[in-house]
Design a protein around this ligand. Sequence first.
Ligand code: PMP
Length: 369
Amino acid sequence: MSAPFAAQTKAGVIDLVREDLRAFAGYSSARSHNVEGRVWLNANESPWSNPTDDAGALRRYPQPQPEALRARLAEVYGVRPEQLMIGRGSDEAIDLLVRALCRAEHDPVVIAPPVFGMYAVCARLQGAPLVEAPMRERPDGWMTDLAAMRDLAIARRAKIVFLCSPGNPTGELITLAAIRALAQALAGRALLVVDEAYIEYADTPSASSLIDDYPNVAVLRTLSKLHALAGARIGCLLADPALIDVLRRCQAPYPVPQPCADLAFRALEPAALAEAAVRAATIRAERERMLARLPQLDGVRRVYASAGNFLLARFDDAETVYRRLLAAGVVVRDMRATAGLGDALRITIGMPDENDAVFAALRPEEAAA
Ligand code: PMP
């Protein structure tokens, strides 16, 4: 099935890009020309280093896509380097995708709320119509309505369908088989973007394995969560090389600061990855401990099982809980402005003692005992 399918859709992924950008050359930066030299006078840089720059490496503009980092990220994520674009967090990739594929007022984006807010924000900024297929809430948890997303995407001629798995804030995990089926249904019609910002906390394979057979699949990964580099702003888009190529031409000239690239490269060394895996296991164990204990507290209506590093919980009086936590110095994410989550808070899983601080704040008499 997959071979003829891939052949059929190979041209399709570029057809999804805005026609006016398909052949767009973008900005030709000083670093985009592959030349060798001894005296570099082509980028209007300073001949001196900044006195604060001990290594003297920062007076030069960085490589647009630092080669060693790109190769290492590709290896870690199981794709080829030409299938990977490094950006200023995965947020930048979301923005670039919407801008490159959607014409204002014409080409919709489909999302399943409640979901990470940046898909809607980027659609709004681009003037792309937003089509919503709300998630369903069932006795066993949240469920993205993939059939509704598919039908709406086809009926409204959407260019992008965003999935978030594990879902933020719901914690829902979408199976690879379900993602594959949706990719197939959308082949040649829409790009299926799977946001895997939290996948390291789940026990599931990445959708990046689909990209070779389904060029209309793109995957978002980030070093901001498990790898603890949110401040360095390194995220990736994994996608068909033709799509990566177009987006690179739409991207800012030097999107990856050199110190951030160096940090990211070190964070992907084997010892650091092994440490990250241990931390993922700790977060998972703490998540399950919180999931078991939180519902025992008074006033907790429901806590959803989660495949991410957070739990979504409903409360009888979320306002009081939020304020009690704040009074104890514990800041959680207030979800109450989100449709359908008027009684909900999202709690990131922290260190064991930080998680205990949540229980202590919600049961002060027990903590004092
Ligand atoms: N996707 C999801 C689902 C997120 O929750 C976040 C951050 N909260 C991002 C993407 C963006 O991550 P970053 O830009 O730091 O890579």
